[in-house]
Design a protein around this ligand. Structure first.
Ligand code: GLN
Length: 492
């Protein structure tokens, strides 16, 4: 079979169950594609063919013995922020270039327990700081829709791998948009779950009060399969919530678009820098949802201007604390010939961290320092609460909130933006993390350069099933999510 990469997760599951193909055949098919095509896309930091084939054979054996479940033998690739036992885990950083994790992240362990086959680890902005994946020590990943453009970030490798059909689905993480924005730039569906829904254990920390893992795939249905694996309480993560997990696949038809009240925040559609094409495609998708029976309700989200400054204070503050552990002593990069301990710390960190990470550590350390703590950090936390309250008030009158996922389509690789200009591109995604809410990106068309545009739907707490369901209904009635980049059509 030459077109196994075109099958959805449900089709892969059925094909394996009906013995149309084995997990080994499927895995070899993907490994061949990676060998042929990823030289252009550069989505993988590490490919794990031996592990993948061993897991595939084990999956086939389990199936013959009658022990298979719905995803046994389906391949996956993980963002290189999830620790994988015995496999290099870099978080896109030189400081972890030699780091072989001694344990699996909970998300990875759950994947293995579900029978998923590990193809490898995917490129990302260093420590998930960035919006282009160019901040990786391993170099830029290309957008499969146009190789001169970025796939977005920080989960750019995950988005590019799925969009080029180099993995059927992938894990990502989202601290301020890193699942939704690359999904938007690459024409994919990506879900950022409610804070606490997916375990953070073994997921290298950026900003712990904002970080959340989630699925990236072609469709809401494919995402639902991966959410069934990823979601759930974990005693090893103190912020993971102990509450019932939905069956996201079974619930895909549970929410009707008919009667759904969709909030349209006035402030969001007046943002300077919102590209005409993006605005037009998002409005067309809302019109489509209206045709399917939804009601559009204009709402106010008055804190919009505070999103970027609040996030870019809190996230670096938490990062400066989290990244203290990379000191050249315990693991990771150590500088050559340190003269004393201070020299070892300083040079290991200066040589091991890239420019953007160093910028954030400096900003964060400054904001947390005595004398500035109240003026910056405490104030940002207060504003964060107001942002959350703004959303809770909106959810009194609407079921979901619609927005673009990003004000533009994918930038050119090497685009000349200042750090602050780059940060402003996160305007639509940051507040969701500050409030801890779930949100999803769905592809809704293309700009004049044939680059994908994404619609974001933000839900109330624990509404993952509803978000997946609404996007599923939209995807039953449209075909944007089935469009493939030319490079994905190439056969290996
Ligand atoms: N672009 C944002 C940042 O650089 C968000 C990144 C993320 O969600 N990990 O912080």
């Amino acid at each position: 079979m030459t077109d196994l990469h075109r099958l959805s997760i449900r089709e892969l599951s059925e094909g394996l169950a009906n013995a149309q193909f084995s997990s080994r055949e499927l895995t070899e098919h993907y490994l061949k594609r990676i060998t042929k095509i990823d030289a252009q896309v550069k989505s993988y930091v590490t490919v794990t063919p031996e592990l993948a084939l061993a897991e595939a054979d084990a999956a086939d054996t389990l199936r013959k013995a009658g022990g298979a479940n719905v995803l046994t033998g389906v391949p996956i690739a993980h963002k290189d922020i999830f620790c994988t036992q015995g496999i290099k885990t870099t978080a896109g950083s030189k400081i972890l270039d030699n780091f072989i994790s001694p344990y699996d992240a909970t998300v990875v362990a759950k994947g293995k327990a579900s029978g998923l086959v590990t193809l490898g680890k995917l490129n990302m902005d260093e420590f998930a700081m960035g919006s282009t994946s160019e901040n990786s020590y391993y170099g830029a990943t290309a957008n499969p829709w146009n190789l001169n453009h970025v796939p977005g970030g920080s989960s750019g490798g995950s988005a590019a791998a799925v969009a080029a059909d180099l993995a059927p689905f992938a894990t990502g993480t989202d601290t301020g948009g890193s699942i939704r924005q690359p999904a938007s730039f690459c024409g994919l569906t990506g879900l950022k779950p409610t804070y606490g829904r997916v375990s953070r254990f073994g997921m290298i920390a950026y900003a712990s009060s904002l970080d959340q893992g989630g699925p990236m795939a072609r469709s809401a249905e494919d995402c639902a399969y991966l959410m069934n694996v990823m979601a759930g309480h974990d005693a090893k993560d103190s912020t993971s919530m102990n509450q019932v997990v939905d069956n996201y696949v079974a619930n895909l038809n549970d929410t009707s678009v008919k009667g759904l009240r969709i909030g349209i925040p006035k402030q969001y559609f007046n943002v300077a820098g919102l590209a005409e094409d993006v605005k037009a495609r998002v409005e067309e998708s809302l019109k489509k949802l209206e045709d399917l029976g939804a009601t559009l309700v204009e709402i106010d989200l008055n804190m919009t201007e505070s999103y970027v400054p609040t996030y870019y204070l809190i996230a670096p503050a938490e990062a400066s604390s989290n990244l203290q552990r990379f000191d050249g002593v315990r693991y990771g990069y150590r500088c050559e010939n340190p003269v004393d301990l201070m020299d070892l710390y300083k040079r290991s960190r200066s040589e091991g961290f890239g420019a953007e990470v160093q910028r954030r550590i400096l900003i964060g350390t400054y904001a947390l320092s005595a004398g500035y703590y109240d003026a910056y950090y405490v104030k940002a936390q207060k504003v964060r609460r107001l942002i959350q309250q703004d959303f809770l008030k909106a959810f009194e009158s609407v079921d979901v909130i619609a927005a673009p996922s990003a004000p533009t389509t994918a930038y050119k690789i090497g685009v000349d933006l200042t750090p602050v200009e780059m940060y402003l591109g996160d305007i639509y995604t940051l507040a969701v993390n500050l409030a801890g809410l779930p949100a999803i990106n769905a592809p809704v068309g293309f700009d004049q350069n044939n680059l994908p545009v994404g619609l974001q739907l933000i839900g109330n707490y624990w509404s993952e099933s509803q978000l997946l369901s609404v996007v599923h209904q939209y995807q039953q009635a449209t075909d944007w999510h089935t469009q493939r980049a030319a490079i994905a059509e190439e056969n290996a």
